[in-house]
Design a protein. Structure first.
Length: 139
């Protein structure tokens, strides 16, 4: 397995720090659990809700440092990371993004944005809501 470009030291960098092709390689080989643990710890998102969306058990993340997620788990993580970073860009900082992702939203029929990131359709709905905010519309 090739050495991952995503580490605990750089997982909080913006999604745009890597090319799309680099992210695809990372997802296919499986992201290191240490990087995901760091994101869970530092993102400001509720760890239980985040792990539920990622469909990752706490035990999986607590494995030895060199363990990796499956490609499917890595893909879900990337979906959350991409939306989180978009929220930081649109809302101005990580704390505002984490708060917005965890608050119920009328545009999303009362759902919490974080809770619907478990599917691509949900992620697209959240991205549209963030684009509306960026365009000056209420969310």
């Amino acid at each position: 397995m090739a050495k991952s470009q995503i580490t605990a030291a750089n997982v909080m960098k913006p999604f745009s720090a890597l090319t799309t092709q680099a992210w695809m390689r990372e997802v296919r080989q499986g992201l290191p659990t240490a990087a995901v643990r760091k994101f869970v710890k530092d993102s400001g998102l509720d760890p239980k809700a985040l792990l539920r969306v990622l469909q990752i058990s706490k035990r999986t993340l607590e494995r030895k440092a060199d363990a990796h997620l499956t490609p499917a788990q890595s893909d879900r993580f990337l979906r959350v990371k991409r939306i989180y970073d978009e929220g930081v860009d649109v809302l101005g900082d990580a704390q505002a993004a984490a708060g917005w992702l965890q608050d119920r939203n009328r545009m999303l029929e009362g759902e919490r944005p974080l809770d619907i990131l478990d599917t691509e359709v949900g992620a697209e709905s959240v991205a549209i809501a963030l684009n509306n905010i960026a365009g000056g519309l209420p969310a």
